[in-house]
Design a protein around this ligand. Structure first.
Ligand code: NAG
Length: 336
């Protein structure tokens, strides 16, 4: 991590911040990682999905023909879901890599969704990462946030994780919580509350991803390859309709977070103050009145004004990544 990124101030504060942001090393060995065949199933992309010899690392690629993706075999109600991801390098404008939870194939009009999305880049520019949440079909209210990162996510694997409980959702990059989304009463059904599967996909988001579609996918640079490893599904698998638990026990591990600690909260605030570039809460074009859970901080509002707001072009909704499994088991790509 480049210290100068974080803090142009004294060395002492600088190294303290460096420690706070980078956190303790990832305890990968303690995480309950299962092989691809045990926990996942290919969604689309035929041989653009390849499983590494270790059975635990998956290569997903995008070329002129198709993207690719996989999903967990089971649906989960709450839990901790994680992957180490290495993104495609160099020119990746328009390329979208998504790591997310959804139940859109079962609940077509009132689905839930929790997203990590990587929105391509133009050579020389940082990757942008986006998080978003939908509950019970609340697709008219996007709750996107976007961030830059303190490292180049195409250089190496980094861990991206979602902790989902019935009262909050926390997004982590490595061990740093970057967003905490708390359930409120006024949110109603907008908080994800039905079982979801975990998905990983790479797809052509030309019309949307990079600066609102300004930069399209250039297949001269294909194939675009992303790698997923150390996949963690730590939750109770449930039947999506009956919501009947199918697991005997979910062994706990110290490597699984249960929420944001005081020390982590300082890291989170430091991350958000430095790296957040967009929050729906401050988007007056989309929301004359911010959604009820938003707590407006004038300093944050001021800072966010300096970033390019075009990516959403007034709140256009994207559907490109919705590669749903139909009940017959074959893959349907739904694009609008
Ligand atoms: C979710 O949506 C369904 C169908 O639109 C509705 O019947 C139900 O009341 C909603 N649930 C919540 C918690 O809002």
């Amino acid at each position: 991590m480049a210290c100068s990124y974080l803090c142009p101030c004294s060395l002492l504060i600088c190294s303290l911040l460096a420690f706070l942001v980078s956190g303790s090393p990832i305890q990968r060995a303690l995480l309950p990682v299962i092989s691809f065949d045990e926990g996942y199933t290919q969604l689309f992309g035929d041989d653009n999905l390849a499983i590494h010899r270790d059975g635990k690392t998956v290569h997903l690629s995008l070329d002129e023909r198709t993207g690719s993706g996989f999903a967990s075999q089971d649906l989960y109600l709450h839990g901790y879901f994680s992957a180490s991801i290495k993104l495609p390098a160099d020119y990746t404008a328009g390329v979208v890599v998504a790591f997310y939870m959804s139940n859109g194939d079962i609940f077509e009009t009132n689905h839930d969704e929790i997203d990590f999305e990587f929105l391509g880049n133009i050579r020389g520019k940082d990757w942008r990462i986006q998080t978003n949440i939908y509950g019970n079909g609340s697709t008219s209210v996007g709750r996107e946030e976007r961030y830059s990162l303190w490292f180049d996510p195409s250089d190496d694997f980094h861990q991206y994780s979602i902790l989902w409980t019935d009262s909050q959702i926390t997004f982590y990059v490595d061990n740093v919580p970057i967003r905490e989304f708390k359930r409120t009463e006024s949110m109603g059904g907008d908080f994800p509350s039905k079982p979801m599967s975990l998905y990983a996909t790479i797809w052509d988001g030309s019309g949307w991803a990079t600066n609102g579609g300004k930069y399209r996918v250039n297949y001269k640079y294909a194939p675009y390859v992303t790698e997923f490893s150390d996949l963690v599904l730590h939750g109770c698998a449930v039947d999506p309709i009956e919501q009947f638990p199918k697991c005997d026990n979910t062994e706990s591990s110290e490597a699984i977070p249960t929420g944001v600690t005081t020390v982590q909260r300082i890291k989170m605030e430091s991350f958000r103050a430095k790296f957040m570039t967009y929050s729906y809460c401050y988007d007056r074009v989309r929301y004359k009145v911010p959604p009820s859970e938003c707590v407006i901080n004038p300093k944050e509002a001021d800072r966010l004004k300096s970033f390019d707001p075009v990516t959403f072009g007034g709140g256009r909704r994207h559907h490109g990544k919705r590669h749903h499994r139909s009940r017959a088991g074959h893959v349907e790509a739904i694009s609008i």
